[in-house]
Design a protein around this ligand. Structure first.
Ligand SMILES: *[C@@H]1O[C@H](CO)[C@@H](O)[C@H](O)[C@H]1NC(C)=O
Ligand SMILES: *[C@@H]1O[C@H](CO)[C@@H](O)[C@H](O)[C@H]1NC(C)=O
Ligand SMILES: *[C@@H]1O[C@H](CO)[C@@H](O)[C@H](O)[C@H]1NC(C)=O
Ligand SMILES: *[C@@H]1O[C@H](CO)[C@@H](O)[C@H](O)[C@H]1NC(C)=O
Length: 268
């Protein structure tokens, strides 16, 4: 019995590791471009989605693609991504729920809440708040005010720069804040109309992502692909031969083997 057991034991001990199937190479995986339609170009780090798993981006920065439109969900609201500026770390986004109508989601409409650990409103763009107030009872007038519209047979209004409602109007809500560019707000002030409000909302507003890009620029410059350690959340630079480093690839990611890198080496 002993004679039969030992070879089997050795086979189990040493035979299994050589059977490991070849797996994904990190540099190749994270070098894959994530494109969605033609409008925003390649979607860069810290974003992930499509063929790029979370470890090719930074946690929370997931984008998806629907009918060639890149989408991102922030505080449970979905936004269409209209433009990406990698240098300024900004996205121009528009609310998906208000894209094709101002009434679609009432009464479940929510505020545009962007301020999270991942994003902030981009202050330099000076985008403006617009209030939408639903469920109102407005006195019948010979001509409708230009900022009034109908949703579910009740009146709704929009206001720029938080103009107060007149006392003759009572509203059950919801009241939600949306954002448009400064020039769209100026246009709406001189020509308040529902059509212009709709196109203004489709123009979007700017938000800035929080994750530092300099790490990634240094990593890319050394021939690596950016990503993160999903356990610790820290930045990772993926390099040749499936090696990864905290910042850049050594020696410009030339043909250095992983075993060479992992061994202590003394330059003489
Ligand atoms: C590369 O490293 C990852 C994570 O350590 C591993 O899952 C994968 O199998 C490796 N791929 C190759 C080709 O060695
Ligand atoms: C949106 O924010 C305004 C102002 O902070 C608040 O009065 C309103 O109730 C909020 N609306 C919703 C739907 O949460
Ligand atoms: C616009 O609304 C956001 C919340 O949606 C708020 O944080 C911000 O202070 C408002 N800005 C102005 C100028 O009222
Ligand atoms: C990720 O972080 C964990 C915890 O800090 C660490 O143990 C692990 O080695 C890291 N993995 C990589 C691939 O850097």
């Amino acid at each position: 019995m002993k004679g039969g057991f030992l070879p089997l034991f050795l086979l189990v001990l040493f035979g299994i590791p050589s059977c490991v199937v070849s797996q994904q190479n990190q540099l190749e995986t994270c070098s894959q471009l994530f494109r969605c339609g033609g409008s925003v170009g390649d979607i860069p780090y810290p974003f992930y989605g499509g063929d790029r798993p979370v470890w090719c981006g930074a946690a929370g920065y997931e984008m998806s693609c629907r009918d060639d439109v890149p989408l991102i969900t922030i505080s449970s609201l979905t936004y269409r991504v209209l433009a990406i500026n990698d240098q300024a770390r900004t996205l121009r986004v528009a609310r998906d729920d208000l894209w094709s109508g101002l009434c679609a989601q009432t009464p479940q409409l929510r505020n545009t809440t962007i301020e999270t650990t991942l994003f902030n409103f981009y202050q330099p763009s000076n985008d403006q708040n617009i209030s939408l107030i639903y469920g109102c009872t407005a006195p019948p007038l010979p001509t409708l005010p230009p900022n009034q519209f109908e949703c579910s047979s009740s009146a709704a209004f929009f206001f720029i720069r938080a103009v107060a409602l007149t006392s003759s109007i009572t509203c059950a809500g919801p009241e939600v804040t949306v954002r448009v560019t400064e020039s769209a707000a100026t246009g709406l002030e001189s020509n308040p109309s529902i059509g212009l409000l709709q196109t203004s909302l489709q123009g979007g507003f700017s938000i800035q992502w929080s994750v530092d890009n300099q790490n990634c620029q240094r990593c890319s410059g050394s021939g690596g692909a950016c990503g993160s350690n999903v356990t610790s959340g820290s930045f990772v630079c993926y390099c040749a031969n499936n090696a990864s480093f905290p910042s850049t690839c050594p020696n410009g990611n030339n043909y250095i083997s992983a075993s060479f890198i992992s061994q202590p080496h003394h330059w003489i």
